[in-house]
Design a protein. Structure first.
Length: 213
């Protein structure tokens, strides 16, 4: 009886841990196949069969990780199609919301938490996938900056305003210079531009930024 109770308690603890946003983010990038799956599905809709071919990984392996990511609500089923006498399932990463600062201020804390987790998940997955596949090794345009800052209210407002202006400029550049990605044809590589601005959760070791030309 005691063993059964302990088993149920451990199961409950495991489910509770799995439900946290921190767990979902860390779990999704904690295995090379899951990492690649998340990275692919943030860019496009794909089936396990298509991803297995692209990654050159066994279909059963990819399907297992896709199932796990669906359980964590990291990815979601979009559609099913009949293919060669079987039903093929297509997935995408859960959509990252785009909201203004004013909308953010009106959001409940729980919603803010989920939104932040989706953004962090995407950025971390893209960064680690790039490292894994050697894309940063010889990237002359690589630009990574990490800067702890303890600012007064005016300073915080200036950083927030600067980031808003940078986002508008990025949107304008994207609209003017984007090259359509045609299926089956090679084009310029997809690059990731990311901005983050948040309060530190605890003491972390300071790291110098990479030099910027």
């Amino acid at each position: 009886m005691a063993k059964s109770k302990d088993k149920e308690e451990k199961k409950g603890q495991k489910q509770s841990a799995r439900a946290t946003e921190e767990h979902k983010v860390s779990y999704s990038v904690n295995h090379p196949v899951r990492l690649d799956v998340v990275s692919i599905l943030f860019e496009r809709v794909a089936s396990p069969n298509e991803m297995a071919d692209q990654l050159r990984v066994a279909l059963g392996n990819v399907s297992f990780h896709v199932t796990e990511l669906v359980k964590d609500r990291v990815i979601e089923l979009v559609k099913t199609e009949q293919r060669r006498g079987a039903i093929e399932h297509y997935y995408r990463a859960c959509t990252r919301p785009e909201i203004s600062n004013e909308e953010l201020k009106k959001m409940p804390k729980a919603t803010r938490r989920k939104m932040a987790a989706l953004h962090i998940q995407a950025i971390v997955a893209e960064g680690l996938a790039s490292l894994k596949h050697g894309k940063m090794d010889a990237d002359d345009d690589l630009n990574l900056i990490w800067m702890p800052m303890a600012l007064d209210e005016e300073g915080r407002e200036k950083v927030s305003k600067l980031q808003a202006e940078m986002f508008e400029q990025l949107e304008a550049i994207k609209a003017k210079h984007s090259v359509p990605q045609e299926e089956g044809k090679s084009g310029p590589p997809m690059r990731i531009a990311a901005m983050m601005w948040f309060e530190r959760g605890g003491i972390a070791r300071s790291m110098p930024p990479l030099p910027v030309d």
